[in-house]
Ligand binder design. Structure first.
Ligand SMILES: [Mn+2]
Length: 399
């Protein structure tokens, strides 16, 4: 109570002082009179409920930054797996709370909610930014929604992966809201460990066919299950280091246009890992090459390789240096900065690469710091990907 009174007293004495002794000319006097210092501020006279002045208010449908139930960037929630919601949105943010496929630190199942917490400061009401002049990706041609998280069992890895695939297929079968702009809904998935890319690619295959995977990751994730996990059981074969190998074996990947970006991992074998990676249709740009090439040359190399193919973007946040993304399962020092990653994604959007879907995976909130550095960064990456999808509407291949 006491602390509340002090500023009010201070403000009123300032106000009366300015009335008695106007500062300078009339203009500056009017300026002060029209500011909060020119009035006798009396909290008891404020209208109930207290509301912000119009310049600070969001549109009627917006939640305030702290009001309502938390969704990604305060977007509307849609039950995207339900067929009755066909034609109601164009781009969905969907969570996969799954981490049964990790080899080191567990906990990525809490990533989707952590990312929503990290994205609290983003909102359709303040959707413009200085790097994308004139574009608010939440209020452009596309209706963007938060689809919530997909059900999956914590008791059985293979069943869970099947459930994720089923959920993604259900969403993928919906018609978009703006069919004149794009003829399929597109999804940005929040992981979850990196295993989830496999059920996603399986679900998208019927719509897009083989896709070029742009894989931002410190690791290769094309390891042969026999090499990583020993191939002991079906359960052990599928994990967050083998899913791209399996996706290749299943014919889900482009023959020769896939790329790893930001690679710098340890290898199990002197030759086998890289040979198998090449066999799976990947080339790579190592993390350390960025310093010599620069962002523009990296973008150019990617564009030349991918060309006109449909692109699936998979961002494992361990592509970043642990300084920027400490809250992840399998850390590798020596990675890219957040600014470099965002600039590369922005460059790919400007080049018009045809992005058909995306995921941002391996965020494990329990290892984040008190400043939520990693969670906020995940939100920002998704915002950048959203700009890409808005900029490049994609048509399905003709049957
Ligand atoms: Mn990975």
């Amino acid at each position: 109570m006491h602390s509340l009174l002090i500023p009010i007293v201070a403000l009123s004495s300032l106000a009366s002082a300015s009335k008695q002794k106007p500062l300078g000319n009339d203009a500056s006097s009017n300026f002060i009179q029209s500011s909060i210092y020119g009035r006798n501020l009396d909290i008891s006279s404020l209208p109930e409920p207290v509301t912000l002045p119009p310049s600070f208010r969001y549109q009627e449908e917006d939640e305030s930054l702290f009001g309502g139930i938390n969704t990604f960037a305060h977007l509307e929630f849609t039950e995207c797996t339900k067929s009755e919601n066909s034609g109601t949105f164009d781009i969905g943010i969907v969570g996969h709370p799954f981490d049964l496929g990790v080899t080191y630190r567990p906990g990525a199942r809490f990533g989707p909610n952590g990312a929503r917490q990290g994205a609290r400061r983003l909102s359709p009401a303040v959707g413009y930014d200085m790097d994308h002049p004139g574009v608010n990706p939440f209020r452009d041609w596309a209706k963007v929604t938060d689809c919530g998280d997909l059900e999956n069992t914590p008791f059985d890895k293979l069943v869970a992966i099947h459930e994720l695939e089923k959920g993604m297929k259900a969403i993928n079968s919906l018609k978009p809201k703006n069919e004149s702009a794009a003829d399929a809904v597109r999804l940005i998935t929040i992981g979850g460990d990196h295993t989830i890319t496999l059920p996603i690619l399986r679900a998208l295959h019927s719509t897009w066919g083989r896709v070029a995977v742009l894989h931002f990751d410190s690791h290769l994730d094309t390891w042969d299950p026999k090499q990583l996990g020993g191939g002991l059981t079906k359960q052990s074969e599928v994990n967050h280091g083998t899913m791209l190998h399996i996706a290749h074996e299943e014919g889900l990947l482009s023959n020769n246009s896939n790329m790893h970006l930001g690679s710098r991992c340890t290898l199990v074998d002197k030759h086998f890992d890289l040979n198998n990676d090449l066999r799976c249709g990947f080339s790579y740009i190592r993390a350390r090459e960025l310093d010599k090439l620069g962002v523009d040359a990296v973008v150019k190399k990617i564009v030349e390789r991918v060309g006109d193919e449909f692109v699936y973007l998979s961002v494992d946040i361990d592509v970043l240096d642990p300084a920027f993304a400490p809250a992840t399962g399998t850390i590798e020092p020596g990675g890219w900065t957040t600014r470099e990653l965002l600039a590369i994604i922005n460059g790919l959007a400007d080049a018009g690469l045809k992005i058909i879907g995306s995921d941002v995976v391996e965020y494990t909130p329990i290892y984040d710091n008190a400043a939520e550095s990693t969670g906020i960064m995940v939100g920002q990456i998704i915002y950048e990907i959203l700009h890409w999808m808005i900029k490049v509407p994609v048509k399905k291949p003709k049957a």
